[in-house]
Design a protein around this ligand. Structure first.
Ligand code: NAP
Ligand code: MN
Length: 256
């Protein structure tokens, strides 16, 4: 790769590491924020989300790699203690590119891409909405909201909702409830539903007032929105594979 850039979390450790990377790579590649081929994300998984959104207009030509300045993340492969190895690997190692699937989220107003998930969240009152899978009515949901995550996002918000962790990325999406109401009068599936990329989810409501649409770290209002469509996008985020860290290792380091 000829052109690179660094997206850095605004803490002193990340900034120091970012400076070391600049010193190491400026003789190898050109620093180009506008048109990079490689984006190095220095920070946490949150920084990687930010990086992908920052370059979402050029996903076909850019590839991401992450150096984590906290404990090892799910979207990053190197830890800050491995900076020398990272520099060495960029200089000398053959790399491959792997894809992370994204969600395509369309409302009657806008289209969004999500790496982790979309959330429909209402903290003011019960959100009532109809859920369709491939145009077939599934349920009327009542509760705080719903979350649809990718494989990449399965270890984030989805996990806190009791959703499953998905190993591997074959274009799966997982629908999970946020505090659903389940009793004799109102009932929805309750468990998470995992769908492959051949499926589409359609949400419809007379009233999304007071709900917000969360897309990864971003939040949008749902004013004048009455339906939301979700599918696996045909655009992927490309990631540089220089070092292999197994999902089991990541799970153990993060959670066990
Ligand atoms: P944030 O503070 O940047 O992130 C919240 C935490 O989620 C951080 O510890 C972050 O890790 C971690 N995270 C992000 N993506 C992850 C992934 N794919 N797998 C495992 N952990 C991941 O919060 P934010 O900017 O509002 O939201 C960004 C993301 O945070 C959202 O997409 C959502 O999934 C997640 N989040 C989770 C919860 C929850 O679990 N209850 C609540 C809010 C947000 P780093 O520390 O490495 O950045
Ligand atoms: Mn964060």
């Amino acid at each position: 790769m000829q052109r690179y850039t660094i997206v850095c979390k605004q803490d002193s450790t990340s900034q120091m590491i970012s400076k070391q990377l600049r010193d190491a790579f400026d003789s190898l590649m050109t620093y180009d924020e506008m048109n990079p081929e490689m984006v190095i994300s220095v920070g946490g998984d949150g920084t990687m989300l930010y990086s992908v959104h920052m370059y979402k207009h050029m996903l076909d030509s850019v590839a991401f790699v992450g150096l984590h300045t906290g404990t090892l993340g799910f979207l990053t492969d190197y830890q800050k203690e491995e900076i020398e190895q990272f520099i060495n690997d960029v200089y000398h190692k053959d790399y491959t590119i792997y894809n992370r699937y994204l969600l395509n989220v369309t409302t009657n107003k806008e289209t969004y891409l999500a790496l982790n998930e979309l959330r429909i969240e209402n903290n003011m009152r019960s959100q009532v909405l109809d859920v369709y899978i491939d145009d077939e009515f599934l349920e009327t949901f009542r509760g705080n909201g719903l979350c649809v995550c990718t494989s990449s996002g399965s270890t984030a918000y989805n996990k806190s909702l009791g959703g499953a962790v998905i190993c591997g990325d074959n274009g799966l999406m997982q629908l999970s409830e946020i505090a659903g109401i389940h009793h004799n009068a109102y009932r929805s599936l309750g468990s998470s539903l995992i769908l492959d990329k051949s499926h589409q989810i359609h949400f419809e409501s007379q009233n999304f007032e007071n709900s917000v649409l969360g897309i990864d770290h971003l939040v949008y209002d749902l004013k004048d929105v009455n339906c939301i469509d979700v599918k696996i996008s045909n655009q992927c985020a490309r990631f540089v594979q220089l070092k292999h860290v197994s999902m089991i290792e990541r799970l153990k380091r993060a959670f066990l």
